[in-house]
Design a protein around this ligand. Sequence first.
Ligand SMILES: NC(=O)c1ccc[n+]([C@@H]2O[C@H](COP(=O)([O-])OP(=O)(O)OC[C@H]3O[C@@H](n4cnc5c(N)ncnc54)[C@H](OP(=O)(O)O)[C@@H]3O)[C@@H](O)[C@H]2O)c1
Length: 239
Amino acid sequence: MIDTTQYAGRVALVTGARRGVGRIVSEHFLSRGAEVVGLARGEPTIDHPRYRHCRVDLADAEAIQAVFADLRGTVEHVDIVVNNAAVLTSQYAMIMPAGAAQAMVNVNLLAPFMVSREAAKLMRKRKWGRIINIGSMAVSLEPVGDSVYAACKAGLSTMANVMAREFASFNVTCNTIAVTAIDSDMLRQLPRDKVEAIIERLPLPRFAEGDDILNVIDFLASERSSYITAQTIFLGGVN
Ligand SMILES: NC(=O)c1ccc[n+]([C@@H]2O[C@H](COP(=O)([O-])OP(=O)(O)OC[C@H]3O[C@@H](n4cnc5c(N)ncnc54)[C@H](OP(=O)(O)O)[C@@H]3O)[C@@H](O)[C@H]2O)c1
């Protein structure tokens, strides 16, 4: 039985809300009563009276600030942020295009920095907030080809840990969920045999499902996690 009031009165901002994990998370919040602000490059794929879509290139820090300038005048508060959007180019370091490496740094690390700090300014007013980053098992597994991607995800956790200290006095927690492989456009761009070889070696050797991520999000977004901050929770038994 779905609790349609679980997130009533909450505003959740989800980056990368159009597809994959971000869409799953956005639809979950909506089905449980939240208002959702979704950020992505493309046109909206979610049609819901409590959903608002902002088209933005998260690689552009000034564009992120412009989104928040607009939000400050149009939403009363932002309570939950899920920094989910990311790009992946998996390639040997010696032949990784510089532009692809730069794009990962911009979208996977600098964008969550900008979104988190702008959201924290809004959360501070109500003295409550939850910042949840979507990290990756790549931080621990360090797969060949993922030098920049894994480094960005490691940086994402570290960034959340520092922000956790900075934002603690106004009741804003910052945590990271390091997810394992889940069916999405991002995953489908990788060779299937490479992904399956990684999955086979996990303590829990299966792909992640949406619920595996949502269960942790529900906890981290709730009142019950008020004494949990600066943590990275690895799915699938990865450590
Ligand atoms: N899938 C996996 O197996 C896996 C494993 C470990 C970790 N993760 C992490 O899980 C998260 C979600 O991944 P996913 O698999 O759902 O990815 P995905 O299917 O590729 O979706 C990525 C989303 O991010 C948005 N995005 C990317 N670049 C953007 C930019 N410059 N500006 C605005 N939006 C941008 C996309 O927007 P548009 O739709 O507008 O393009 C899209 O909505 C990521 O943080 C990823 O690193 C995924």
